[in-house]
Design a protein around this ligand. Structure first.
Ligand code: 5GP
Length: 217
């Protein structure tokens, strides 16, 4: 092999999970991360897994972009047919990850970003530990979390109260995650997430073409 020739190794994609209580900044972080990784010059290297949910859409949410909004019967049918990679009830609604999209991208070496809760993370960890990287985002304080939830003004006081009490439950699972970050400053947190993703991409288990390369030496 000539010295000038660039070695291109095949890589397996990873499942990159971001979990947090609502209001900790996860939605903004995942959007910015995707923008960073999928700019015009770069190949698509990080895609978002769009979940199925029985929750009604919030104003501004789009079917197929934010969620696939389905009814109870459609949801149950998908679960029954084994089409969900993981699924769980969160608040009073059902959520699940369609399996086909994820598998197809991972095989092609494209990373998949998930915004799922601890229940889904646990299911994926028991199924696909080697492909999984999980990050838990903490708010700097519970007062700040409440302030952010109220500022969002999408939800009523009643809903904010419910989400606050759920937040404590969600946070209690922080030790089940590979990485835990305190989101005090959005740019700094984004930089840390970027560092994690870059390093995780280099792990030996993901370099599916390495054995072939070593054999060729
Ligand atoms: P929201 O209704 O605010 O969009 O989401 C509520 C919670 O459900 C969030 O914590 C989010 O991470 C979680 N969630 C969204 N999609 C899924 C999914 O497919 N599976 C699981 N387990 N949780 C999900």
């Amino acid at each position: 092999m000539s010295l000038q020739q660039k070695v291109e190794l095949k890589r397996r994609g990873l499942m990159f999970i971001l979990s947090s209580p609502s209001g900790a900044g996860k939605t903004t972080l995942s959007r910015q991360l995707r923008e960073q990784y999928n700019n015009a010059e770069a190949h698509e290297t990080l895609v978002m897994s769009v979940s199925v949910t029985t929750r009604p859409p919030r104003p501004g949410e789009e079917h197929g972009r934010d969620y696939f909004f389905v009814n109870d019967a459609q949801y149950k049918d998908m679960v029954k047919k084994g089409e969900m990679l993981e699924y769980a009830q969160v608040f009073e609604y059902n959520y699940g990850t369609p399996a086909g999209f994820v598998r197809e991208h991972i095989e092609r070496g494209v990373d998949v970003l998930f915004d799922i809760d601890w229940q889904g993370t646990r299911q994926l960890a028991s199924k696909s530990r080697d492909d999984l990287v999980s990050v838990f985002i903490l708010p700097p304080s519970m007062t700040e979390l409440e302030r952010r939830l109220k500022a969002r003004a999408q939800d009523s006081d009643e809903v904010v109260k419910k989400r606050m009490s759920k937040a404590f439950n969600e946070i209690s699972h922080w030790q089940e995650y590979d990485y835990v970050l305190i989101n005090q400053n959005l740019d700094e947190t984004l930089e840390k997430i970027d560092t994690i993703l870059k390093a995780e991409r280099l792990k030996r288990v993901r370099q599916s073409g390495m054995a072939e390369f070593v054999d060729s030496l």
